[in-house]
Write a protein that binds this ligand. Structure first.
Ligand code: FMN
Length: 330
């Protein structure tokens, strides 16, 4: 059977009307206390009509975990109502919306904290400075923050959660041997480096139950020798596959290095490599801007869904154009 972008798919128990997903895109418009506002309601509502799923931008589980000072957050009950207005705006179009939960770890903004935390005391760069290695007690505290964020995500009307384990933020820092040199139960083997993600996921599941969709966004490669790659991610994620409803495959961000070349669908080979190991849907992202390319990725079973980011920033109707197009046209 041939699959194309207009075909529905299920993420866990949630059926989405087509396979085009709005990627998480920070708006840098949160208030100093990390509240969402009118901009977010308008922005997401305007883009929700045609895509199968909206994934909200990175949303902080703690004040100190914000990636930028103008991030939005979900670290207090007071954040729930403004977020509910966004989910209401998206739901008007019969489109579900996930929240992306994140903690920056060693890449939290120095403007929001002077006490950076990470698995190990290894700096990302001079700008961020050297973080403090989290104690086990500190780890449990962050896990609890994720649990509370998950509880509030349901209160705010989200239809699912994406755990941000990509782009060099805290969960990614625990997963990669380049940023995690711990010698306790949270470092060393793949199983140990996976422990933080597993504890976060289980805390979230304890709050939302098994039927609520939870997916994970990963950086499939660190673009550096000795870093993560799809095979290592497969070892990390395979034991928790039964608790996940999808894997969203991005790349990079752990180190201040960039891929040598960025071209259409450049991350798709990573998505395809991940997909070989899993039975849950895999989402591909990264410069997939035309219909023919999107359909070929789906037809060839390199991924199950396509996420787009930048084009939707410039043109809120880009999703509609893509879904109505045929062949290589947009
Ligand atoms: C302005 C901007 C903000 C972004 N914010 C996030 C974010 O909050 N969380 C995240 O995981 N990725 C974020 N990304 C990455 C996008 O989700 C996406 O992976 C990337 O833009 C590549 O897809 P594209 O080529 O379709 O734009 C952001 C990218 C841009 C350009």
């Amino acid at each position: 059977m041939t699959i194309n972008l207009n075909d529905p798919i299920a993420l866990g128990g949630l059926r989405i009307k087509n396979r085009l997903i709005m990627a998480p895109l920070q708006q840098y418009k949160g208030t100093p206390e990390a509240f969402a506002g009118d901009h977010h309601i308008e922005h997401y509502g305007r883009r929700a009509r045609h895509v199968g799923l909206v994934i909200l931008e990175s949303t902080a589980v703690s004040s100190e975990g914000r990636l930028w000072p103008n991030d939005i957050g979900i670290y207090s009950e007071r954040h729930v109502d403004p977020l509910k207005k966004i989910t209401d705006a998206v739901h008007k179009h019969d489109t579900p919306v996930f929240i992306q939960l994140s903690h920056g770890g060693r890449k939290s903004s120095p403007e929001v904290t002077n006490a950076l935390v990470a698995p190990s005391a290894i700096a990302f760069d001079d700008h961020y400075g050297t973080p403090e290695a989290l104690s086990v007690e500190g780890i449990k505290r962050v896990v609890e923050e994720y649990r509370l964020a998950a509880k509030r995500s349901i209160e705010a009307g989200f239809d699912g959660i994406e755990l941000h384990a990509a782009h060099g933020f805290l969960i990614h820092q625990f997963a990669s041997p380049l940023s995690n040199v711990r010698s306790d139960a949270y470092g060393g083997t793949s199983e140990n480096r996976a422990r933080f993600l597993k504890e976060v996921l289980f805390a979230v599941r304890g709050e939302v139950g098994r039927d609520y969709p939870v997916i994970v966004r990963i950086s499939a490669t660190d673009y550096w020798t000795g870093g993560l790659n799809p095979e290592e991610w497969a070892r990390i994620l395979k034991p928790i596959e039964s608790q996940l409803d999808g894997i969203h495959v991005s790349s990079g961000g752990l180190l201040p290095v960039k891929p040598s070349d960025v071209y259409p669908a450049y991350q798709v080979p990573h998505a395809a490599a991940i997909k070989q190991h899993f039975n849950i849907p895999v989402i591909a992202v990264g410069k997939i801007y035309n219909r023919g390319l999107a359909d070929r990725i789906l037809e060839d079973r390199l991924a199950d869904c396509i996420a787009i980011g930048s084009p939707l920033l410039e043109d809120p109707d880009y999703g509609e154009r893509l879904l109505k197009a045929r062949g290589d046209a947009n």
